[in-house]
Design a protein around this ligand. Structure first.
Ligand SMILES: [Zn+2]
Length: 404
């Protein structure tokens, strides 16, 4: 018997999870380790048990449901996403991948089908990083939590009523593959009417701050030629940042924050702090963009008679999805008659962290009008069902291919 997902159960379970929120009526707010998060955990424990899986919550709060594999020595096939949301977020971000992972277990159980590899569904904790720095759950299983972070976690977990922290966190063994199903959170698939995005890479990211220092002075009495206005060069630099994205440059480049000092209508601004955020699937292009930004800043500083300091944060490298997993997703989609398109992920995801433990792949379904991190986030039911069916078939195909 082939395993198939149950659309009614999938969509019903998504509705149920959406009910676990601290802001009913204005989106889903389920912060990691909060009251609604605890209620959602209990729900996953029930669903996992009903699917015949062994369900545990680990030391940091990841919920893991696993069906044993026929081969005791085979590493696990992993699927899942995150259970936490941003404040007043949508009902699908994270939840969709979690509900679909649990649905995969239920579908295998319904069909009486045992795969060769164990199948492990995971609901990772604190992906969004609202409570503590992001990706706590996936970093814990990947063995990427250090003692300092462990110390910061302890009081949060204690307050949430979790069992007391161990002295160290035991990461997982190597896994056969991890496949994460997620909404796109961008407009591309919806605009092109393509049901499935096969993620090429989670983009690398370079953030930082530019500090422009001029001289604060009276807006009425300081002649134009004698000013050292910090905002005008900042404006020029904002235009330069926009130019860093495009052919041969990075994928996207953003200035999201400008802080003016003193910020009064009748004062020439003497100091401006400006953020920048550069992303690409190719780390070299991000590095190149940062170098161009430094050059542009130096030119503008000379021309305008101000000081400009570019302070870059440590870069987050891009994570390229495994080509075998990508091909498997594409083949399974084509067997369903679903068209696909390769797509980079501009947002970070747990599966990028999971690449530390084995090959990773990621499936996107369309986000209507590209809206996410907002209560109006939506994907048609039919597209949600197709995505979950594709996830199941991909895992079954990976199992048969004996990958990893
Ligand atoms: Zn997410």
């Amino acid at each position: 018997m082939t395993a198939t997902i149950d659309p009614g159960r999938l969509l019903g379970n998504l509705d149920t999870l959406a009910g676990y929120t601290s802001t009913p009526g204005s989106g889903v707010t389920r912060l990691a380790w909060s009251e609604p998060w605890r209620a959602a955990v209990a729900c996953l424990e029930r669903w996992g048990a009903a699917a015949g899986a062994a369900v545990v919550m680990d030391a940091v709060g990841n919920v893991i449901a696993e069906l044993p594999g026929a081969d005791m020595a085979a590493p696990a096939l992993v699927t899942g996403s995150h259970l936490d949301t941003v404040p007043s977020g949508g009902r699908l971000d994270g939840s969709y991948g979690v509900v679909a992972a649990w649905e995969v277990l239920a579908a295998l159980q319904d069909a009486g089908m045992q795969l060769r590899h164990p199948v492990r569904a995971a609901a990772f904790v604190n992906e969004e990083g609202i409570v503590l720095p992001p990706f706590t759950g996936s970093r814990a299983v990947a063995g990427l939590i250090d003692d300092e972070e462990l110390a910061a976690l302890a009081p949060v977990l204690e307050q949430a009523g979790l069992p007391s922290m161990p002295a160290s966190i035991q990461g997982w063994d190597r896994v056969a593959a991890t496949v994460e199903l997620h909404i796109e959170q961008g407009p591309v698939l919806d605009a092109e009417s393509i049901p499935i995005g096969v993620v090429t890479a989670v983009t690398g990211q370079q953030r930082g701050t530019v500090v422009i220092t001029g001289r604060t002075n009276h807006a009425g009495t300081t002649p134009m030629a004698m000013r050292r206005d910090a905002l005008v060069p900042a404006a020029e630099l904002v235009m330069e940042v926009e130019k860093l994205a495009g052919p041969g440059g990075c994928e996207v480049a953003t200035v999201g924050r400008l802080v003016l000092d003193p910020g009064a209508p009748n004062v020439v601004p003497g100091r401006v702090e400006m953020s920048f955020d550069l992303r690409s699937v190719d780390d070299r292009l991000v590095l190149g963009a940062l170098a161009k930004l430094r050059l542009a800043a130096a030119d503008i500083a000379r021309a305008r008679g101000v000081e400009i300091a570019v302070v870059a944060q440590p870069a987050t490298p891009a994570v390229v999805m495994d080509s075998f997993v990508r091909n498997t997703i594409e083949a399974a989609a084509s067997a369903h008659g679903l068209s696909t398109r390769p797509i980079p992920s501009g947002a970070g995801h747990d599966c990028a962290i999971m690449s530390a433990l084995g090959p990773v792949g990621m499936i996107f379904v369309p986000s209507m009008e590209g809206v996410s991190h907002h209560e109006s986030e939506a994907t048609p039911d039919d597209a949600l069902v197709k995505g979950a069916a594709l996830l199941l078939d991909t895992l079954v195909a990976l199992d048969a291919a004996d990958h990893g």
